[in-house]
Design a protein around this ligand. Sequence first.
Ligand SMILES: [Zn+2]
Length: 335
Amino acid sequence: MKSLLGHMLWPALTRFVSDQTIGGNVGLIYTFHYVGVPVIPGVCQDLFLEPSSFSNVLDFVCRHMAPLEPADFLDRLEAGTLPPRAIMLTFDDGTRDAYTHALPELEKRGLKACFFVCPGLIEQRRNIPCLELMDICAGAAAGHHRIALEVRTALEMETLPLEIVIGDDASRKAAYHLLWPHVYRSVSSHHAALFASLRMQMKVLPGTPSYPLATWEQLDEMHRRGMWIANHTMSHSTRFADPPKRFAEEVAQAFETLDRRYPAPRRLFCYPYGSSRDVSSETSRLLEGLNTNVAFLTQGGSARPRRDGMLGLHREDATYSVGAAKLAPLLALAR
Ligand SMILES: [Zn+2]
C-alpha cells in the first residue's frame, strides 16, 4: 500500500510538498535496519530491505533528495539553514550487512551515514534481541514444545507455561509473536539467560546467526571511511523494561566505549525501538545529564528541533521499497 501510494504521488505531489516544507529547520531522516530478506516470512518485514530495493532507495535519495553527511545535516538543522529536501541516512543495530552491503552501496554514491551500535552485544558476541528471537523461532525443532518461560521485569519474576507448536513458516511466525512481548518487557540483563533457556527448550541446534553484528574491526573500517558510529545502548536496552539506573548505565557505558574508539564533536544517541513507550521527559533528562547532543526516535515524522528539541528527532522508515521511501517525505509532514 505504502509502496503503491509512493509511486502514485511522486513526483507530482511529494516532490512539490518536500520542496516547500523540508529545509531550513525541518529535515528528513531515514531509518534503515537490515539489508537482506526476512529471517521468517512475515516477521518484522519492515526491518528488512532486499539488496536491489536498497540500491533503488539510495538512487532515489541521490537523484531527488539532498543527502547531507551527518555532521553537516545536524549543524544546519540546528542553525535552520538546511537546503530544500535535506536528508540524513541512519542505520540501526550495526549488523554485518551494514558492512558487507550498505557500506559499498553508500560509497558508490558518495553518501555518508550514521550507524547506531550496541557495544556490549558486540563484545559478548550476542545479537539484537529481536534478531536473536527470530533465529530461535526459525531454528526450533519441529514438534510440540511445552516450555517454561522465565520472565524477569523490573518489578517481578514469573515463570509462564507456554505451548508452542513448530512446523511451517506460519507456526514459526506465530511462535515469534507469542514470545516477543515477553522478551521486550524483560530487563536487558536477563536476555542472555532467557535466550539460552529458549534455545534449550525449543531444541535449537547451534548455528551461525542470520544477521550477526558487525565486528569492531568492520566498524573501525567504516569509521575510517567516513561513516559515523554512534550509541544505541550497550545491549539494546529500553527504559520501558530496565530500571532508570540500569538504563542510564547502558547509555553511559556505550558513550565511554564509543568516545574512546570514535571521537566525535557531538554525542549522538538512538533509542532502541524508540517508540512512545521508550521515550519520556525522564529519558530526555537522563540523556541531558550524560551530555548527549542529539537523540533519534523511531517514530515517524520530520526532524523538527524547534518542536521536539535536538533530543527528540523523529525519523521515517525507508524500508519496504523505493515506493515507501518516496512516500516518506509526505508522511513525515503528516506526523
Ligand atoms: Zn535497534
